[in-house]
Design a protein around this ligand. Structure first.
Ligand code: SAM
Length: 570
């Protein structure tokens, strides 16, 4: 079904290097080999893999987003195959972007990087290699009980359905001392086909009479049943397993499939891999893709692993002094209004699923940002609405600035769908939509805007603008969810860092800054802390030769997160 609708472009330098060169699966696909330099500009703007829908000007970038899209398209074309199940409960598997979800980050960024680094090493010459920390993180993930939706219900069903089996089967062993102690009854679901929870075991000890077993069983409560990972997200296979499987294959291949040393340190990953390999459809797909499991390479008999620890030094001493919070004015002074009657209905936030009681305030927020952008923009500019959501901001800007090109960047599918519908009904020809993490976008632009990008996303937007020497209009949000990433560290500015403030201090400041709801006791402190966090951001831009103004949205009541950072390169 994918074959019919998709044309697959393989970048020659990359595809030759990995698994596809001898693969049968490519037969029958509509494939073109292409040099990276020959990619269309819109694709070059972001990281691979990318899916491009030219008709709707829609781009999806990043491994998880692209694979999820392939699964959705396959399901759409062939609903009977139930491919959509791979997206898990409420289609939520790997939906969150890597900055928000540690799990997506591990599957999409950290683990692939770590494994590819390992694979690139000439392991034949190394007898002792360090297990990457991210592989250990995956091992730890597998060792913890999975989070399962409706787990109470499933556990109850398993108990009821397996009651006879538990009582009669010889494989059921219940560890009971003098009295029945349900805490000591550890159970697992670990059979290869246990997505249905068919098999069920309890840890052993001596034989007991049937009366004792019955009495123990009566006391087994739902909370005593603990699931273990059959798949990486629980009891059902999801897209996460498919992605992880390919990288683990590459790792095993580079080790010439000599897995003993790895099994010793990564037993849970090994069990999961063995299980994946036992599934007929996975085996079949491996064969089709040319992923052979037979050892083919020579050497590496004596590879051993050592474990490296990942430590982050934390400085407890925070001294905040000499930080001057300078609050400026909006560049349009009091004149921040838009006449919404001059705009078509689809450009109005009420067309974008904003609840009625928030419409007025949403309009006020947009007016502050739109007027600042209109003042900065020049014809021909590329303006990027980062974290665009349903496109409230970008769509109004696109309508008011027809001679500028507007890119919307947003990770969430539902929001993108809403934006696309509105763009189509307005027949806007100057908008391109990127469905991806904002840091997967590498294109050039002149002005970056964002309204309420959560926590670290605000800092990623600011960094993108600084890297592009682009102006910015940024209204931050969710200070409490500020967290360092592989690219962003806190404090951001030299000014703040030189005070001795640590990352931990800054996170505390962020938490305090979130308490800005009107009429709460800590609101003043919250506003002060939010101003400090945004002063750090403003200082970072100033240190990068920007003229920056930190001001407040008008009226302040339009949102408790009402700071606005406007910066122009000097
Ligand atoms: C609070 S909403 C604001 C949406 C929109 N700007 C508005 O004002 O209505 C924040 C949006 O940022 C998106 N987002 C957060 N982090 C992101 C990231 N790293 N990459 C892309 N989108 C992100 C979320 O999916 C969400 O839609």
């Amino acid at each position: 079904c994918i074959i019919i609708i998709l044309k697959l472009f393989l970048i020659t330098s990359i595809s030759e290097k990995y698994v596809f060169q001898s693969s049968n699966i490519l037969k029958g696909l509509n494939i073109e080999y292409i040099k990276e330099s020959c990619l269309p500009c819109l694709v070059k703007n972001c990281i691979l893999p990318v899916s491009l829908d030219e008709e709707t000007c829609m781009i999806r970038s990043g491994l998880c987003g692209t694979v999820r899209h392939l699964i959705q398209s396959s399901h759409h074309n062939n609903p009977g195959e139930n491919f959509i199940d791979l997206l898990g409960f409420r289609s939520g598997s790997l939906r969150m972007c890597a900055e928000v979800s540690g799990w997506t980050k591990l599957c999409e960024v950290d683990l692939p990087d770590a494994i590819l680094n390992l694979v690139e090493m000439d392991i034949k010459e190394e007898n002792e290699i360090a297990i990457p920390v991210d592989l250990l993180k995956l091992e730890m993930h597998f060792s913890k009980p999975p989070k399962i939706h409706n787990d109470h219900k499933i556990k109850k069903r398993i108990l009821v359905e397996n009651r006879d089996e538990i009582l009669n089967s010889e494989s059921v062993k219940i560890d009971v001392n003098d009295s029945v102690d349900t805490d000591e009854l550890s159970r697992s679901i670990s059979d290869s086909d246990s997505t249905t929870g068919d098999n069920y075991g309890c840890v052993k000890s001596e034989p007991y009479t049937i009366e004792e077993i019955i009495s123990a069983f009566k006391t087994i409560a739902i909370l005593d049943v603990e699931f273990v990972h059959v798949y990486s997200e629980g009891l059902e296979m999801t897209v996460a397993d498919l992605i992880l499987f390919v990288y683990c294959y590459l790792l095993m291949k580079s080790l010439n499939f000599k897995m003993d040393a790895l099994k010793e340190h990564l037993p849970n990953i090994s069990t999961w891999l063995d299980h994946m390999l036992s599934l007929p459809r996975i085996k079949e797909s491996c064969q089709q893709c040319g992923l052979s499991w037979n050892p083919r390479l020579a050497g590496i008999n004596n590879v051993t692993f050592k474990i490296l620890s990942d430590t982050v030094p934390v400085d407890e001493n925070m001294e905040l002094h000499n930080i001057d919070i300078k609050l400026g004015k909006h560049p349009c002074n009091e004149d921040v209004g838009i006449n919404w009657n001059d705009l078509p209905l689809s450009a109005h936030p009420q067309e974008g699923a904003v609840p009625q009681k928030r419409i007025e305030r949403k309009c006020q927020q947009l007016e502050n940002l739109v007027t600042a952008v209109v003042k900065l923009a020049k014809p021909g500019n590329i303006i990027v609405d980062f974290c665009s959501g349903g496109g409230h901001l970008g769509i109004v800007i696109a309508y008011l600035l027809p001679h500028c090109k507007i890119y919307l960047i947003e990770n969430k599918e539902e929001s993108i769908d809403r934006a696309r519908t509105r763009i189509e009904s307005l027949q806007l020809r100057n908008v391109v939509i990127y469905q991806c993490n904002l840091d997967y976008f590498h294109g050039n632009f002149d002005i970056g805007v964002c309204l309420h990008a959560c926590g670290v996303a605000t800092d990623m937007v600011l960094q993108q603008c600084l890297d592009n020497n682009a102006s910015f209009v940024i209204c931050p949000c969710c200070y409490g969810s500020i967290v360092k990433t592989h690219r962003i560290y806190y404090p951001r500015s030299k000014l703040f860092t030189n005070t001795g403030m640590t990352y931990k201090d800054f996170v505390t400041l962020g938490h305090a800054a979130d308490q800005t709801e009107f009429n709460i006791a800590l609101a003043d402190q919250g506003v002060y802390c939010a101003n400090l966090v945004d002063t750090d951001r403003a200082e970072l831009a100033r240190e990068n030769h920007y003229s920056v103004s930190l001001c407040t949205l008008q009226p302040k009541s339009c949102t408790p997160k009402n700071n606005l950072l406007i910066g122009v390169p000097c």
